[in-house]
Design a protein. Structure first.
Length: 281
């Protein structure tokens, strides 16, 4: 199975048919479009719930738990967002798919720790939703290392990345990060703070690049400083990206995705080049 997403995602691997997805959507048009698209792309059979009672029954009477829910904000029987609250209370990871979206609405639903949201405002909305689903179901393949001497900062990033279904490790210093990289060769992304006491983010990036090329892992630098030269210094040291704290949730997730998408494409291209070379030999 292979899939090319609108934002640049490429997935090639096993079928995702083993996953159970619940769709809480009262619109026949959108429920049909979403169900058909997820079946075409990933061979996933979607359980459609037209109202709040259907949703509760699907969640509470399942033989195995749903991997993910896709939910409208308002549903018959739950006109004030009760369906979304219910899914979060039941610990079902949820992507919001809605046609009504304002800044105040965004703040409310993000406070509920949803996975993502997609707005029904373009012809690409269903494909964007499919990409969000594919990312969540396959993000566990990616191992992310968080490096920060602040326990609070490490905890916040860990929580956010785990919400998106990434595997994570964390280090409280540059030295600990280098040891973790040695013992975890599957780490594909390092997110490192700039200001650390033993080895700062620049020096850590340089040391990582001395052993790991950009085809092996990506590096994102972070800082709360307003000094715009920090970004240039990180990139010159071998970093791939730089984000200023405090993060906007959507931007942070997009930056992580873009770096991992690039890494996936590089690895896929490397495999394609390697196989013909081995065959000719």
């Amino acid at each position: 199975m292979s899939f090319f997403g609108i934002s640049g995602m490429y997935y090639s691997g096993e079928s995702l048919a083993q996953h159970r997805i619940v769709l809480a959507e009262d619109s026949n048009l959108f429920s049909s479009m979403v169900s058909k698209r997820l079946k075409e792309l990933f061979d996933i059979d979607v359980i459609v719930c037209r109202d709040y009672d259907d949703l509760q029954f699907a969640v509470e009477n399942a033989t195995f738990p749903a991997s993910l829910a896709i939910s409208n904000i308002n549903l018959p029987g739950a006109e004030n967002g009760e369906a979304l609250n219910y899914l979060i209370d039941m610990s079902v990871p949820t992507v919001v798919f809605t046609g009504s979206f304002q800044e105040s609405t965004r703040e409310k639903i993000l406070a509920k720790e949803i996975v993502d949201y997609v707005i029904k405002d373009s012809v690409f909305a269903v494909d964007m939703l499919a990409e969000s689903v594919c990312r969540f179901l396959t993000n566990h393949k990616h191992h992310v290392l968080i490096v920060d001497d602040s326990p609070t900062a490490r905890a916040l990033l860990t929580t956010q990345l785990k919400r998106y279904n990434f595997r994570t490790s964390s280090a409280d210093s540059g030295a600990a990060a280098l040891e973790l990289l040695k013992s975890n060769p599957d780490i594909g992304l390092v997110i490192t703070d700039y200001n650390m006491p033993d080895i700062d983010g620049f020096e850590l990036t340089r040391r990582i690049r001395g052993s790991y090329g950009p085809h092996q892992l990506r590096i994102i630098g972070v800082s709360s400083s307003t000094n715009r030269l920090l970004s240039a210094r990180f990139l010159k040291a071998g970093g791939n990206d730089f984000i200023v704290r405090p993060f906007v949730n959507e931007e942070f997730y997009c930056r992580v995705n873009q770096n991992l998408d690039t890494l996936t494409k590089i690895r896929t291209l490397s495999e394609k080049v390697r196989v013909p070379a081995q065959s000719s030999a």
